[in-house]
Write a protein that binds this ligand. Sequence first.
Ligand SMILES: Cc1cc2nc3c(=O)[nH]c(=O)nc-3n(C[C@H](O)[C@H](O)[C@H](O)COP(=O)(O)O)c2cc1C
Length: 192
Amino acid sequence: MKVLGVMGSPRIGGNSDILLDEALSGAKEAGAEVEKIILDKLKISGCHDCKKCNETGLCVIKDDMQEIHKKILEADAIIHSCPVYFWAMTAQMKAYLDRWTALFDAEWRWQKAYYPKMKGKRIGLITVCGDPNPHTADPIVHSFKSTADMTKLSWLGAVMASAAEKADIINDKTAIGQAFELGKKASQMQKK
Ligand SMILES: Cc1cc2nc3c(=O)[nH]c(=O)nc-3n(C[C@H](O)[C@H](O)[C@H](O)COP(=O)(O)O)c2cc1C
């Protein structure tokens, strides 16, 4: 059982990072092997929409996303954590998500070779915004939930929290607890 954590904030030790660590602790407690990747430390270009991947399932852009594609395929569950930047996800997270394109064919179905690994894979999300209303992050939830719905991934749900300054989230015991539970759920749910 492998749970992959994908961190979309450039602020290491910040709110998204702390909540993702909690989720991965929950997953570990439930028996999973966990790995965290910090997108900001990697080189990930945006999708070029060249459509070459439609035939091959391989992206022509030679950057760190090649390795991440492998990690996505191997994980049983993926938990993303991302702050709100201008009412949307960060550029790092958007570049990463757009590059999922290589996993699909021209009809936005999983590439045949990837289907057995992607079918029913669990996907969850953590969002943090400076606004006291955590629903400021609804557009990020919409992106990930719609991706899950379109591709028949198994949606684990979203933990949505508010915190502005770095590491403020440690005072939000509810969000910390919810993130931990999300991680546990990621490792417990049966793959369909
Ligand atoms: C470039 C930038 C844009 C931001 N835009 C928003 C925004 O539109 N709405 C909001 O509620 N918070 C916004 N914030 C605040 C962050 O979401 C908030 O500080 C969050 O806690 C950062 O999470 P992190 O510690 O994981 O990086 C913005 C922060 C930055 C740096």
